[in-house]
Design a protein around this ligand. Sequence first.
Ligand SMILES: Nc1nc2c(ncn2[C@@H]2O[C@H](COP(=O)(O)OP(=O)(O)O)[C@@H](O)[C@H]2O)c(=O)[nH]1
Ligand SMILES: [Mg+2]
Length: 312
Amino acid sequence: MALEVGIVGLPNSGKTTLFNALTRAGAEITAYTSVSEKPNLGMAPIADDRLVPLGKIEASRKVTPAAIRVLDVPGTGAALLGNLRSVDAILAVVDGFSPEPDPQSDRETLRLELLFADRDHVGKRRERVARDAKSGKPEPRAELVELDALAAHLDAGGAIGDYAGVVPEALEPLTVKPLIEIVNGPEGVDAKLEAELAELPEEEAAAYREGPSALEDVVHRLFSSLDLITFFTVGDTEARAWTLARGESALDAAAAIHTDIARGFIRCEVIAAADLIEHGSRAEVAKRGLQRLEGKEYVVQAGDVLNVRFNV
Ligand SMILES: Nc1nc2c(ncn2[C@@H]2O[C@H](COP(=O)(O)OP(=O)(O)O)[C@@H](O)[C@H]2O)c(=O)[nH]1
Ligand SMILES: [Mg+2]
């Protein structure tokens, strides 16, 4: 399952513009929130400057960056925000570009919208579970007890994030997800500029910018808040980057590539991408003793190039 992030923000804060910048999907931008607006779903490639040099070394026919699923929901109603329950993290867009932006006030409004959406969700789930509990089954009755206690905490002005009791797992509250704030404007991430640059060929966009893309910073913040790492697979067909949670094993990495590869896992050759790029070939890296053979339990390190030996 690819990592998934949801974009939230007040109307016209630039959510869809940021979505386009991240995914290059060219979704329609409207100055007003129209009722016909649908959630946008796309994949955002993650730039990594090691990928092309790695592909050159193995003469890979294709270079594939790692990607994140991005979901852009219009508006902040509880039902719409409910589409975000399964995301791993939230990107909160705050207007920093309009003539008199007020990020502090927008941030607070958005925080309350998320709180409200969670409260609404707890109430709805409580109603449903209460109906199920009438059947006398033990699970809904137990969850109802938990939900009643949580609802009382929320009614008393508390938030899910500061609740000391048990939060039923199925609830997936929005307010406890990692949240990365993006101020959209010249002082933060200029989403409109980035969306325009995303339409240009890579080199032209790079030439236009003075430094790295502001979107790279967004991705870095996402990586650090979710504690993710990148690993690579490099062969003649494809050089590819993948994401993994820090601490996950070579077997987890294999499963991210393909379930068959995980099932037939034998061993895994490991080289640091920096070593492969520096020495220019697997043979040269091996000669220097910089290639290792690891088992399923090996904890993958950021920047590892993995070659899983498997049989099916
Ligand atoms: N000047 C400027 N305009 C922006 C920026 N981001 C969005 N806009 C404009 O603000 C309006 C609303 O943007 P949109 O992405 O549709 O906002 P959403 O309602 O949050 O999805 C559009 O007219 C955009 O062109 C920005 O960074 N700078
Ligand atoms: Mg929009």
